[in-house]
Design a protein around this ligand. Structure first.
Ligand SMILES: Cc1cc2nc3c(=O)[nH]c(=O)nc-3n(C[C@H](O)[C@H](O)[C@H](O)COP(=O)(O)OP(=O)(O)OC[C@H]3O[C@@H](n4cnc5c(N)ncnc54)[C@H](O)[C@@H]3O)c2cc1C
Length: 508
C-alpha cells in the first residue's frame, strides 16, 4: 500500500508527486496515456506560459535550470538588480506594457533567479518533473486509466484496468474531465460556455488577409501568433460546437471566415484543438481521503493562460501539508487549509477569465465596456493591477495576521554570504531566516531541524524585517521587525509545524 496514489501524470500530478517524494512519502502515479509525449502537449499546441510565481516554484526545488533547458529558453528569467518585468501579458487581447508596471507597488519582489515568467510546453514541464519524480522514488505507471474509487476506513482503493491499488490518500490530478472528481462524489459548479475557441496550425493561401496579433471583430476574435500559420479563433456560439471530434479544415475555415469577415482560405490543417470558456470549480478540494488539484478542481478558458499556474500553486500548497499529515506531525486542521487557502485563489482566476470573455463578446454593450477597460489598462495603475492579478506576485493568504508580509509569497531574501531563501527551500523544509547578527532565534527552532531549516546573517536587503518564518511552500507565516519577538516566533513555529491551535486560513 502506498501513502498516496495520484491520478494523472500531467504537470500538476507530477509536481505534487515530487513534493511528496521529497518529503519521504511513497507515491504511485497512475496515468491513462501509455506514452508521455503527444502533439497536443508539444510546441506549438502544447505551448504554455509559466508565471513568475510558477518559475519561482521550480527554482525553489532546484528544477529551474533543467526546465529552461527542456523549454529551449536562452534568456534567464532572473536578474541581480531590481528590474521591471519583461512581459506583462494581456487582458482580453489588450496588451499590457511592462514599462507601466509600478515597481513601488511590488515591494516584495527582490532580484533573484526567478523574477519573470517564461514560455514553455506541457511536455517540457512534464519531462523535467517526471525525471525528478523518478529520482525521488515515485513510481509512474502509464496506460492505467482509473475507472473506480472506493473509500473504506483509512484506505482508498483505486481501480485501473484489471488492477486495484490501495493508498492512505488519493489525489485526483486527472484534468478538467476528472474521473476522480466524479467517482468520489465532488460537485462542480459554475458557468456554462459562451464561446468555442480554436487553436490551430494551418497553411493559409494568403496570410496577409489576417491582421497580426489579437483582432476583435463584430463576430468574435481571432489571433495570429508569431509562428507562421499559428491561429486562435473565438467564436461566440454559446459553446455549441461538438468537441468530441477534432475540428476539420472545412469547419475551421468557415469559422475563421465568419469571425474575421474575410474570405481567408486554409489550404492545409496540421493540428487543431478546441476549448470553451466553461468556468467550473468544486466547492471543496477534499472529501475524506480524496483530494483534487489542478484542472480536476477548476476549469476556465485558457484566456490569459493561468490554469497551469493555478494548478502548480495547488500542488505546492498541498504537498507539504499532506506529507505532514501522513508523517503524523501536522497541526490539527492543517490539511483543511488546503481548500480554504486555494479555493478563493481559484475562484478569482475563474472570475478573471469570465471578465475577459465579458468584454470580448461581440455586442455593443461589451464593446463599450471594453473601450473603458482599455483606457484604464493603459494607465500605470491599471497595468500594475492586471500584472499583479496574473503574475502570482499579489498572492496573499489570510492567515489571521495584519502584518503585511504574513500570508505573502516570501521575497527571495539573499544573505550577504550569497545564500538565497530559494536555496534554503530546496529540500522542502520550512525556513527560519534570522537577519540578526547574533542568531537570536536559533534556540526556538533547535529541536525542529527535521522540519525547519535555520539560517542567520545580515541580508543584502532585509526590507526592514528582522526575521521571517517561511513554510515549505514559500509562504511567510511570521515576520518580525528589527528586534524580533521570540515569543510570537515560537508560537508561529508551534502553530504551523508542531501542532497547537489550528491555523486559520483563507485568501485575500
Ligand atoms: C489552448 C490552451 C492554452 C493554455 N495556455 C495556458 C498558459 O499559457 N498558462 C497556463 O497556466 N495554463 C494554460 N492552459 C491551461 C493548462 O494547460 C492546464 O490548466 C494544465 O494543463 C492543467 O494541468 P493538470 O495537470 O491539472 O491537468 P492535465 O494537463 O489535463 O493533465 C491531466 C492528466 O491526467 C490524465 N488522466 C485523465 N484521466 C485519467 C484517468 N481516468 N486515469 C488516469 N489518468 C488520467 C491525462 O492523460 C493527463 O495526463 C492552457 C490550456 C489550453 C487548452
Amino acid at each position: 500500500m502506498h501513502d498516496v496514489v495520484i491520478v494523472g501524470a500531467g504537470p500538476v500530478g507530477l509536481f505534487l508527486a515530487c513534493e511528496l517524494g521529497l518529503a519521504g512519502c511513497s507515491v504511485l502515479v497512475l496515468e491513462r496515456e501509455p506514452e508521455p509525449r503527444s502533439p497536443w502537449r508539444s510546441f506549438p499546441l502544447g505551448m504554455r506560459g509559466l508565471s513568475a510565481g510558477s518559475v519561482e516554484a521550480f527554482s525553489r526545488r532546484g528544477m529551474l535550470e533543467p526546465l529552461l533547458t527542456a523549454s529551449g529558453v536562452d534568456e534567464r528569467p532572473g536578474a541581480d538588480e531590481p528590474a521591471p518585468p519583461r512581459s506583462a501579458g494581456h487582458f482580453a487581447g489588450t496588451p499590457l506594457d511592462p514599462a507601466d508596471v509600478d515597481l513601488a507597488r511590488l515591494p516584495y519582489r527582490l532580484p533573484g533567479p526567478a523574477m519573470d515568467g517564461i514560455m514553455t510546453s506541457l511536455d517540457a514541464v512534464e519531462e523535467v518533473l517526471a525525471e525528478r519524480a523518478g529520482k525521488l522514488g515515485v513510481e509512474i505507471r502509464r496506460g492505467a486509466a482509473v475507472t473506480a474509487v472506493t473509500q473504506t476506513g483509512n484506505t482508498v482503493a483505486v481501480r485501473a484496468g484489471e488492477r486495484e491499488y490501495r493508498a492512505r490518500w488519493l489525489v485526483g490530478c486527472d484534468g478538467g474531465r476528472s474521473a476522480v472528481r466524479r467517482l468520489a462524489g465532488f460537485d462542480f459548479l459554475g458557468t456554462e460556455p459562451q464561446l468555442t475557441g480554436y487553436l490551430a496550425l494551418a497553411t493559409l493561401a494568403d496570410p496577409g488577409q489576417l491582421s497580426p496579433g489579437f483582432t476583435l471583430t463584430p463576430a468574435g476574435m481571432y489571433l495570429t501568433m508569431s509562428g507562421p500559420g499559428h491561429l486562435g479563433v473565438l467564436d461566440f456560439d454559446g459553446g455549441a460546437y461538438d468537441r468530441s471530434r477534432p475540428p476539420t479544415r472545412e469547419h475551421l475555415e468557415a469559422v475563421l471566415r465568419r469571425v474575421s469577415g474575410t474570405d481567408v482560405t486554409l489550404t492545409g490543417l496540421h493540428f487543431a484543438s478546441s476549448f470553451t470558456d466553461r468556468a467550473m470549480q468544486t466547492s471543496t478540494y477534499r472529501r475524506g481521503r480524496t483530494l483534487l488539484a489542478g484542472d480536476a478542481a477548476h476549469i476556465h478558458s485558457p484566456l490569459g493562460g493561468q490554469g497551469l499556474n493555478l494548478g502548480i500553486g495547488d500542488a505546492v500548497n498541498l504537498g507539504w501539508k499532506l506529507a505532514a499529515t501522513i508523517r503524523g506531525d501536522a497541526p490539527e486542521g492543517l490539511l483543511d487549509t488546503y481548500t480554504s487557502e486555494r479555493h478563493p485563489v481559484g475562484a478569482k482566476v475563474l472570475d478573471w477569465s469570465r471578465a475577459q470573455v465579458a468584454v470580448m463578446r461581440p455586442d455593443p454593450h461589451s464593446r463599450a465596456i471594453q473601450a473603458v477597460v482599455r483606457d484604464l489598462l493603459a494607465t500605470r495603475d491599471g497595468t500594475t493591477y492586471a500584472f499583479k492579478r496574473t503574475s502570482g506576485t499579489s498572492l496573499r493568504y489570510e492567515l489571521g495576521s495584519e502584518h503585511p508580509l504574513v500570508g505573502h509569497n516570501a521575497p527571495d531574501f539573499r544573505l550577504v554570504d550569497g545564500i538565497r531563501l530559494g536555496d534554503l527551500l530546496q529540500d522542502g523544509r520550512g525556513v527560519a531566516l534570522d537577519f540578526s547578527a547574533d542568531g537570536r532565534l536559533r534556540d526556538a527552532v533547535r529541536h525542529h531541524g527535521d522540519r525547519i531549516r535555520y539560517a542567520a546573517g545580515p541580508a543584502v536587503d532585509d526590507l526592514g524585517f528582522g526575521a521571517v518564518l517561511v513554510r515549505p511552500d514559500g509562504i511567510v507565516v511570521w515576520a518580525g521587525d528589527r528586534v524580533p519577538d521570540r515569543g510570537s516566533f515560537g508560537d508561529a513555529v508551534t502553530r504551523w509545524f508542531t501542532g497547537g491551535e489550528p491555523p486559520r486560513a483563507g485568501a485575500r
